[in-house]
Design a protein around this ligand. Structure first.
Ligand SMILES: NC(=O)C1=CN([C@@H]2O[C@H](COP(=O)(O)OP(=O)(O)OC[C@H]3O[C@@H](n4cnc5c(N)ncnc54)[C@H](O)[C@@H]3O)[C@@H](O)[C@H]2O)C=CC1
Ligand SMILES: O=C(O)C(=O)COP(=O)(O)O
Length: 610
């Protein structure tokens, strides 16, 4: 019999640093039902991805190698980022691709890096035929990426949210000050040979009220700088913490109050369905006459036709715009041509420093994601901070294996509709993040019965699509909270099992596992306690509890050269029935399986692939 197996090597394990964490036994009698909830979460950031499916190739000497992934960069990216990408992948810099050309190329790429100019539509994901694993947005706004489609296709989307904040804020201030003093118009007129001193009398900023709409990273930096210019700054942001505003000396106010009292309004919110054309005829009508507007956020938050009307009527005295609904805007755009409008071609993030910064930030995120690592900047996957992930790493493997095992116990043709995952833990429910574990149970259940690749990005979506309800329960146990999870139990409800001993009294298939010394173990099958390392393959065998059974089955396997790696026997009542869980390295052939079935005291058995 082989000794204790080596650390697990599933792709998931390679995604997350391995840990030597192990559980201590606990007192099951002190379990208390704490919390029950069903699948649905929306917060996004971190990710566990399936590693890119990069097939192996051989060189002329027959040495097997993994080909480099291919990364398509469809817009100009800083050299430092490109260097980083090139050290890891084949990098195809193809700028100004038409939508058709992008679709034609994408199925050859493992990752795509874009800025704001590339529309990553559903068609792109369809054309990728499952190859693309990551879309990296070298900047903040991800409104040019179809996140829903990315999620459905299990493609991670990451952005570079911090490196261009200062650049965007500085550009906002540049637009604010140059607009107030007509710098662009005066410059153009001088270059046209004029000297118009009285035409370009400006307005002062000191003492004026600036409303910052969207008090996030850029908005708060704009506010800080405007305070330095002596402006009175107010802000509107339904989600911003008041203490952050207070710390900068900014009052958070309602939308109406902000737009109704401001002399200058600077836009810094993302483009979402809720902010789309939020500045329109109605809202312009509520503004102070002669207000000045700055937009370095997204063109789509303004109804541009309404802005032209507001400029013509004098409600808006001036506007300074870096972003447009359609980029580039049509050459005859009334807005761009308006004499009271200052425009720049989406230059907010365009400083050398910001471009180098976002390039490095996105290159690191994309390379990390292709390596299967977590990304702190994922926008369509739940956030699991790296330290939590590190701690959960062995449980992630356990969760997937339990799912994979449980689904194989279901009789073919029984539709699985409801799965319950029960976590026993000494931790307070609020300090145990189970989203990753749930995703991995889902992966284990769905992947063997479908052609969908499941990862943290699409696990919930895929479960929903397949009509599978994954509910979770947490049970608090009286043991050390040092370890995040004591055990994970997977129950498949209302199905028939090909191994009746895995059924609980209520008819649900139930298996439970623990992590011991960093290795996932199966510890319970239906009502039977077992203890077998979840590696290789598994034979579950129910027999009459009598001497000699281990030897009989072991001999049959040995004769067929099937190596037993682990073995455990569990029973409910002495000398009645027992379950033998046998870990095997090889799959026993049909004849061997038949022989096991023919051992007189064996009542049922099943072979399971892990
Ligand atoms: N012009 C350019 O080159 C650049 C443009 N941007 C754009 O600037 C915007 C802000 O970027 P960051 O500050 O980095 O993002 P952020 O996420 O840090 O801040 C956005 C803020 O908007 C708030 N918000 C959301 N909905 C809102 C609503 N209905 N009303 C008011 N506030 C709302 C959020 O709570 C958040 O605090 C984004 O649209 C981004 O794409 C960012 C960098 C460069
Ligand atoms: O980061 C953002 O949201 C920006 O708008 C910057 O866009 P860009 O990368 O310069 O096309």
């Amino acid at each position: 019999m082989a000794s204790t197996p080596s650390p697990h090597t599933t792709h998931l394990h390679s995604l997350i640093s391995s840990s030597t964490n192990h559980n201590k036994p606990s007192n099951p009698s002190s379990f208390k039902l704490i919390h029950s909830f069903s699948t649905s979460f929306s917060s996004t950031i971190s990710n566990v991805l399936k590693t890119a499916d990069i097939s192996l190739s051989r060189d002329l000497n027959g040495v097997v190698s993994t080909p480099k992934p291919t990364i398509l960069v469809s817009e100009k990216l800083g050299e430092a980022g490109l260097d980083l990408l090139r050290s890891f992948a084949d990098v195809d810099c193809s700028y100004d691709l038409s939508p058709q050309d992008l679709c034609a190329k994408i199925s050859l790429c493992d990752a795509l890096i874009v800025r704001s100019g590339t529309k990553v539509t559903r068609e792109v994901f369809v054309a990728a035929q499952g190859r693309i694993k990551v879309v990296g947005r070298a900047g903040v706004g991800i409104d040019n990426v179809d996140l829903q489609a990315a999620t459905e296709f299990g493609c991670l989307v990451v952005n570079a949210p911090t490196a261009n904040t200062i650049a965007a804020a500085e550009h906002g201030i540049a637009l604010l000050t140059s607009m107030a003093r007509n710098v662009a118009q005066a410059d153009a007129s001088m270059k046209a040979g004029k000297w118009l001193r009285s035409k370009y009398v400006g307005v002062s900023l000191v003492g004026k009220t600036l409303a910052v709409m969207g008090f996030g990273k850029v908005g708060s930096e704009v506010a800080r700088r405007a305070k330095g210019l002596g402006m009175h700054v107010i802000a509107h942001d339904p989600y911003a913490p008041a203490d952050r505003a207070r710390a900068i000396g900014v009052d958070l106010v309602s939308f109406e109050q902000a737009i109704g009292t401001a002399d200058f309004i600077s836009l810094h919110m993302p483009l979402t369905p809720a902010t789309n054309k939020v500045f329109n005829d109605d809202t312009f009508a509520k503004m102070k006459k002669g207000v000045r507007l700055i937009n370095v956020a997204r063109g789509g938050v303004i109804d541009e036709d309404a802005l032209v009307r507001a400029l013509d009527s004098g409600i808006v005295a001036q506007a300074a715009l870096d972003v447009f609904t359609v980029e580039p805007p049509p050459k005859d755009s009334k807005l761009v041509q308006h004499e009271n409008v200052t425009v720049t071609p989406h230059l907010g993030a365009s400083t050398k420093e910001a471009q180098e910064g976002v390039a490095i930030e996105i290159a690191e995120a994309v390379v990390g994601a292709l390596n299967g690592e977590l990304s702190a900047t994922a926008v369509n996957a739940p956030m699991v901070p790296p330290e939590v992930l590190f701690e959960l790493a062995p449980y992630v493997v356990l969760a997937e294996k339990l799912g994979r095992l449980a689904v194989q116990l279901v009789t073919g043709g029984s539709g699985i509709q409801s799965v319950k995952v029960i976590y026993k833990s000494a931790r307070d429910p609020d300090s145990l993040d189970t989203r990753l574990l749930r995703a991995m149970v889902t992966k284990g259940i769905i992947e063997p019965i479908s052609d969908t690749i499941i990862n943290l990005v699409n696990a919930d979506f895929s479960a929903k699509q397949k009509g599978l309800r994954i509910s979770e329960e947490r049970i608090i146990v009286d043991s050390s909270p040092e370890y995040p999870v004591e055990s994970i139990q997977v129950q498949i409800c209302n199905v028939q099992s090909k191994f009746a001993s895995a059924l609980l009294e209520n008819g649900d298939i139930s298996i439970e596992g623990k992590v011991k010394y960093g290795i996932p173990h199966l510890t319970r099958v239906g009502p039977f306690s077992v203890d077998v390392s979840l590696e290789g393959n598994l034979i579950l065998c129910k027999q009459v509890d009598q001497p000699g059974m281990i030897g009989k089955v072991g001999n049959i396997l040995g004769e067929s050269n099937v190596n037993v790696s682990f073995m455990s026997v569990g029973r409910t009542v002495k000398r009645k029935h027992a379950i033998m869980a046998i870990g095997v390295d090889e799959e026993p052939d049909k004849d061997t399986q038949k022989k096991i079935g023919e051992v007189s005291a064996v009542e049922e058995f099943v072979f399971l692939k892990l």
